[in-house]
Design a protein around this ligand. Structure first.
Ligand code: IVH
Length: 695
């Protein structure tokens, strides 16, 4: 029986038999679902069948039945890629651009660890080229490759197993002893040669070329049809670990050795550096080697070698404190500025965007660049028609550096650019508060540009992530008057009939959209907060707030009370690590507007907002901890991070809401207050024991 075997275990004959069986089943379920509206199996079961089918086709393309129901377009599940949660989150790296910034990274880490100057000098690193590809997580069970996922939002990625099976570099079975369960992290990339060939082919068939090798790799890995992926020869380098059921090597360098022994390609240019002082020379060496490499790199990653230190350092926001990316300097080019357009963002900010004559900058075609704000335009005196020098630095949007002085025979320049003081989208006054760089439209939710941008943000990937509802459909539905507020998205089904009649929409796509919307009625609290698009509340702050306040009801109630300056609730808001007073002001301002509250309540009525997972997680979840006095074995920063990792909220002052006070040496008034209020205390040794007991 072939159905009990994993795709990788099938030989060609078995693959053929299994594909025929699966194609028949898929055909039958398609008919039941699409023609009779009477599904015979759950969506999950159907998706699993299709995924298995795709995986086998990727391994045995020659065995695919000629007329397979699984090839028909109408049958392709909308969410072709299942979502998968990483056991250990996938994070990104902070960037530095020169020796001074690199040294600042080193001193942040050594200060965090409380290392002496002498010990700091001896800190060993592993340096690796930073591959310009797409990070992936590979899961192995008892040494067998079972799943590969993209990074996604860092917590949850897309299951691209079938496509990854087309990579010849990817070991499907690890050599030697392997843990029961392990996640391996690495970079999937396209070589320079294949990248250029792919772009030439894209252009030949009238498609948009990929902006860079990373986008090309991502586009290739996210192909719905693994046979397309198979034609784009992707490569792999492994470089980090995620979850492991067994303790791994004690140093990163030894871990890279282990990866090689298991059969992974590990970048041969990686090097162990005895001290941070060797970083600059290595950076220059890699910089010289760069052009001759067959793949694109955009810098060098430096990782503290000792894994015990890595563990102590942990993460700050989305990046580790123990690693940094030293990026190559930006690429530059000269072109002509055609026009300056003023765009209006979701918070009403008026942003000037430069339209340029297309120019190639380090392999990427650039047509637009940011001009930041009106002062920047005035300072650089940029005018339409000018010849300008532009630069592109990695992920950053291209910027205009300067105007190239016109030659003696150049035609006269245009008039100096006049920044509008009215919103180009709604005509409302655009004001610029004193001391701020940005001019904002005062139209609020009467300004169509702001409404549309907010709606686009609301459905975006790290917010509600509604599949099939992209920028274009949002604009279209807004212009037709179908949606105006976020809650209207959940009322869209009442317009299903009329949407179906629109160009580009059919019965099936509308049905898929409605299902995708329905599926998002249950949403994590932090995503919900992020989706609201409140000024300065990005993903990381949204998570802090969700973790701190726990539930939507509590959050709204507390923030309303926080409107009173000096109230306990205001102090509490400002004392959340990472929030600070400016962000607190923005939040309070948002909650004080009646129309925002009405929007929230309307939206709330459609949703099931789930509590933040981390809150229920750590041993100190929901507890408020205060550190006071001098600590000897830890720095204050490290102690704070340890508490937060265990789910605690760290505060600077003792109040009746405090649950635990850690008393360092010479703890003064806070110790007294804790005693008065009868709050639990621990000394430093007690705290360390507690942390150790929590693993
Ligand atoms: S380590 C927690 N090593 O760069 C640290 N990342 O800018 C995990 N990248 O998301 C990353 N080469 O996609 C690491 N040798 C390397 C890398 C590398 C490329 C990518 C990776 C990461 C991004 C951050």
């Amino acid at each position: 029986m072939t159905e009990h075997l994993a795709p990788t275990e099938l030989d060609a004959a078995q693959a053929k038999a299994e594909l025929t069986r699966l194609a028949d089943l898929i055909g039958r379920y398609n008919t039941a679902y699409y023609t009779h509206d009477a599904p015979e199996v759950s969506d999950a079961e159907y998706d699993a069948l299709r995924k298995r089918y795709d995986a086998i086709v990727a391994l045995h393309p020659e065995s695919e039945p000629a007329e397979s129901a699984a090839q028909t377009v109408g049958a392709a599940p909308d969410n072709a890629f299942g979502k998968h949660r990483h056991l250990v989150p996938m994070l990104s790296l902070d960037n530095v651009f020169d020796q001074t910034e690199f040294e600042a990274f080193i001193s942040r880490a050594t200060r965090f660890l409380g290392l002496s100057e002498a010990d700091a000098q001896k800190l060993a690193f592993v340096a690796e080229p930073k591959i310009d590809g797409l990070s992936i997580s590979l899961t192995y069970e008892n040494g067998r490759f079972v799943r590969g996922t993209t990074r996604g939002d860092g917590t949850e990625g897309e299951d691209v197993t079938a496509n990854l099976l087309t990579l010849k570099d990817l070991p499907q079975q690890l050599e030697g002893h392997a843990p029961e369960l392990i996640e391996i992290r690495g970079e999937v990339f396209l070589s320079k040669e294949h990248f250029l060939a792919l772009n030439a082919a894209q252009e030949a068939i009238g498609r948009k070329p990929f902006a860079n090798p990373r986008n090309a790799a991502a586009g290739s890995l996210r192909q719905l049809d693994p046979r397309v992926t198979a034609r784009r020869p992707l490569s792999l380098f492994a470089y980090a670990m995620g979850f492991s059921s067994e303790k791994q090597a004690r140093s990163h360098w030894a871990y890279l050795e282990q990866l090689r022994a298991w059969g992974f390609p590990v970048n041969p240019l990686s090097r162990r550096l005895e001290a941070a002082s060797g970083a600059e020379a290595f950076f220059e060496e890699i910089g010289r080697a760069r052009a001759a490499l067959s793949y694109d790199i955009d810098g060098v990653v430096y990782k503290i070698d000792d894994l015990t230190l890595q563990e102590r350092l942990g993460f700050a926001g989305r990046a580790p404190r123990w690693a940094v990316a030293w990026k190559f300097p930006a690429e530059q080019a000269i072109t002509t500025l055609r026009a300056i357009e003023i765009q209006v963002g979701r918070t009403g900010a008026l942003t000037p965007v430069a339209h340029l004559d297309p120019v190639n900058v380090g392999g990427v075609l650039v047509m637009r660049a940011t001009l930041h704000n009106e002062d920047e335009i005035a300072r650089k005196d940029v005018r339409p028609g000018d010849t300008v020098q532009i630069q592109r630095a990695g992920d950053v949007i291209p910027q205009i550096l300067a105007v190239v002085p016109p030659g003696p025979d150049a035609p006269p320049r245009a008039e100096p650019f006049h920044f509008p003081d009215h919103c180009p989208a709604c005509g409302a006054l655009a004001v610029r508060p004193e001391g701020e760089a940005v001019r904002r439209c005062t139209g609020g939710l009467t300004c169509p540009a702001q409404i549309v941008e907010r709606l686009i943000h609301f459905v975006s990937r790290n917010a509600f992530d509604i599949e099939g509802l992209g920028e274009r459909s949002i604009r279209e539905f807004y212009e037709e008057g179908l949606i105006h507020t976020p809650a209207d998205i959940f009322r869209l089904h009442t317009h299903a009939e009329s949407i179906m009649k629109r160009d580009g929409w059919g019965e099936q796509s509308v049905r898929n959209l409605m299902q995708a919307i329905e599926a998002r009625r249950t949403i994590a609290f932090s995503r919900f907060i992020f989706a609201l698009g409140i000024r300065r509340i990005g993903e990381s702050n949204a998570r802090l707030l969700a973790r701190h306040y726990g539930t939507y009801e509590n959050w709204v109630a507390q923030l309303r009370k926080a409107a009173i300056i000096g109230s306990d609730e205001r102090l509490e808001l400002g004392s959340i690590t990472g929030i600070g007073s400016v962000i607190a002001d923005d939040l309070v301002a948002f909650m004080s507007e009646e129309h925002n509250l009405a929007t929230l309540e309307d939206l709330r009525s459609f949703l099931n907002i789930t509590e933040e997972e981390q809150t229920s997680g750590g041993p100190l979840a929901g507890k408020t901890v205060v550190f006071t006095g001098t600590l000897h074995t830890l720095t204050r920063q490290e102690a704070r991070a340890m508490a937060e990792r265990m789910g605690a909220k760290v505060s600077d002052s003792v109040s009746k809401k405090t649950d635990l006070v850690i008393l360092g040496e010479k703890a003064g008034s806070k110790a007294k207050k804790a005693a008065e209020l009868g709050i639990d205390t621990l000394d430093e040794a007690g705290w360390n024991d507690f942390c150790a007991s929590q693993g």
